[in-house]
Design a protein. Structure first.
Length: 230
């Protein structure tokens, strides 16, 4: 199964994993190390399967960094084989309607560059945790910008980076005209981690921009799954 043939739904991870049934005494004295997953017994690193309310999801580790996401729901044939996984944008019912129409759809989203067509800036606002924006490898001043279409008073901005453990150094700026910018939040001196990274009380503005510092490398380059404005 190719990872690119399925939709990764990271929003299901915390909920489904919390419901996983893990047997007691998974590793008995004298036994070789093995997984505590009751569905896929034996020693393995990746992937894993979780059952939630009679439905099954595969979890796979994303390298580098070990972040985990899950595929669309697994279904099975009458003879017990895994049926072909049909990728969808909305994912299984478990993770649908997570935004409930409360987030603003930008009029436009642009960026300083993109790594490829699969990493274009609009990937950061498509409500799809399988896609993300990544700047070009040689972009030393990467930025991504949202245009709301008109100046609006918005609630906290939510930025969901690719890796929750990673230190991200960036600023969030706002503008009413796209020319004059005000710093709404700065994470240059103290890096931001986790997901979502929240910018509290942003000012009334039409444009918002996330800008990374001049010097970047593989550990500081930005990579954003979703940027949501409510």
């Amino acid at each position: 199964m190719k990872r690119t043939s399925v939709l990764l739904i990271s929003a299901a991870l915390s909920l489904a994993a919390s419901q996983a049934k893990v047997p007691e005494n998974a590793i008995e004295p004298g036994e070789a190390p093995h997984s505590s997953n009751p569905i896929l017994p034996g020693y393995f690193a990746d992937p894993s399967v979780v059952e939630f309310e009679g439905h099954y999801f595969i979890y796979a580790t994303l390298d580098p960094g070990g972040g985990q996401t899950c595929f669309d729901e697994l279904t099975f044939t009458d003879d017990g084989l895994i049926a072909k996984v049909i990728p969808t944008h909305q994912g299984p019912e478990l993770v649908q309607n997570r935004l409930d129409g409360s987030f603003i759809e930008p009029a436009a989203i642009t960026a300083s560059s993109q790594l490829s067509d699969r990493h274009a800036p609009e990937r950061a606002t498509d409500d799809n945790y399988a896609t993300r924006w990544v700047p070009a490898a040689d972009d030393v001043t990467p930025w991504i910008q949202i245009d709301l279409g008109s100046s609006q008073r918005v609630n906290p901005l939510q930025i969901r980076p690719e890796l929750t453990w990673k230190d991200y150094h960036f600023t969030v700026e706002s503008s009413v005209d796209g020319q004059n910018w005000t710093v709404a939040a700065s994470f240059l001196n103290q890096a931001a981690t986790g997901s979502p990274i929240i910018v509290e009380s942003p000012p009334t503005a039409r444009y918002f921009k996330v800008s990374s510092p001049t010097t970047i490398d593989s550990m500081t380059q930005p990579s954003i799954f979703e940027w949501q404005v409510e």
